[in-house]
Design a protein around this ligand. Sequence first.
Ligand SMILES: *Cc1c(COP(=O)(O)O)cnc(C)c1O
Length: 573
Amino acid sequence: MTHSDRPLVAYFSMEIALHPKMPTYSGGLGILAGDTLRAAADLGVAMIGVTLLQRQGYFAQSLDSSGWQYENPMPWEIGQYCSELPVQVDVEIENRPIHVRAWKYEIQSCRGNRLPVILLDTDIAGNSDWDRRLTDQLYGGDQHYRLCQEIILGLGGVRILRALGHQDITRFHMNEGHAALLGLELLDESAQAAGRSQFNSQDVQNVRHSCNFTTHTPVPAGHDRFPLDLVQHTLARSDIFENHEVFCCEGELNMTYLALNLSHYVNGVARKHGEVSRKMLVPRDQYHHYEIDHITNGVHLETWAAPALASLFDHYLPGWREDNSSLRSALSIPGEDIWKAHQAAKQKLIDQVNASSGTGFDINTFTLGFARRATAYKRANLLFHDPARLKNLARQVRNIQVVFAGKAHPHDEQGKHLIQEIFQQKDSMLPEVKVVYLENYDWELARLLTSGVDVWLNTPLPPLEASGTSGMKAALNGVPSLSVLDGWWIEGCVEGVTGWAIDHVGESYHNDQERLAHDANCLYETLENSVIPLFYQQRDAWLKIMAHAIALNASYFNTQRMVQQYVLKAYYD
Ligand SMILES: *Cc1c(COP(=O)(O)O)cnc(C)c1O
């Protein structure tokens, strides 16, 4: 097929991580969106990304001396990365037109292809001051602000694509429910094409055929729901609720159900998450039946390989960027070369830790890494459940070092307290356990951390981790995971080969607190009996684990394989 014959996919996401200096993402969802588009560009899949400009970014995190998080805006140099497009459209909110313009960012693939991403912007003359701020802040403001943003993304996104001449889009991919209002625009288009002023079930069938939806979390707060009166007021359209098949769910507009109702293909982001979503997202009426598949997430390997590891792969497995499955042969790389590359990546992290905290980290000491959004279910404090036991364990094996990082959502008080708890515990762990909490976890810090620690720790409360991708970045860099069996790790863990499970067969718990104690106990046992002795005393066996993490996990948990599965299951069928 020539390029112009290929089906064109429009990929809509509220956040997309496009460049380390563009703060247009908050965490895993945005990184995944960026990695997806980067892999699509490498594969030559015809795709165009759509998101909001986020002039003020998500936020820059600073921690005061008590470990309390403060959020600062992150304005960025838009013109340095993006070029303005000569199009403008209007979107109606509360019966007034809001002008929307667009910027383009171009992703460059490993083979030189370019993939365009459209960033929508309402900061233009003719809009009121309030409307000009609508594309400023990712996940900022209240429910009303959020709904306005989703109207801009969904309706504005489709209109901008049409204004750019894209009548040729065969699939609209909603990455999370935030983008689901694109379906409303498509319904209106379909009705209009048939000469009707209002959409009907034929239009719903048409739209379903061209949409697919990826759901990303089993956590209820992760699913947007808006009260109907807010929606009526903001969208200023009563007609949509007359068609209760699509829009109305129990007195609210639920963006997840809207996306489900308008998609012919729906997936969760790991095998287990598919199962959990099938149980959780059940039809609420007799009209619907949802089939929810799964496509397990991945990471874009070229983006996440530390320079030392990338050189190593270039030397032993040339072509790994173009064909990620080449890393399957990582067992042929001499162990001492993997070790040298790892030590180079570790040195970079240690330099950064010591420069920013003066903690005196040392390259020969076993180092654990834990970085993720600070929120209750991720249980960042599991490692410190029994501080005396951890100190004792460290004393027996020499010392250990732990690096933490992660932002809490500005409204997540409990998450902020978790950061503070770790922050305040760290001094009491000295001298056996050196702990540092690095500020402002972002793309660049994630690269340093996932390649520079010896083991990547993950302790979510199952089944709440949909997939997780940071452990995949670690595996690529030869860093094994020590993780609760949840999300991708159920598929990626081969015990003692690619890492270790925090698991205890046959035990049951009556509540989350009991589970926490069980998991902590298992974590300490695994560190004490398996992980740390191997690291300090059996270097050859350790190097085999590093090689297996690359060979078994990086060769599979990448977005090249993932996008190919989307092509097969969602885009080209
Ligand atoms: C990869 C990444 C994430 C997602 O990691 P999880 O394993 O899902 O927690 C979040 N934030 C940043 C900055 C990342 O690079």
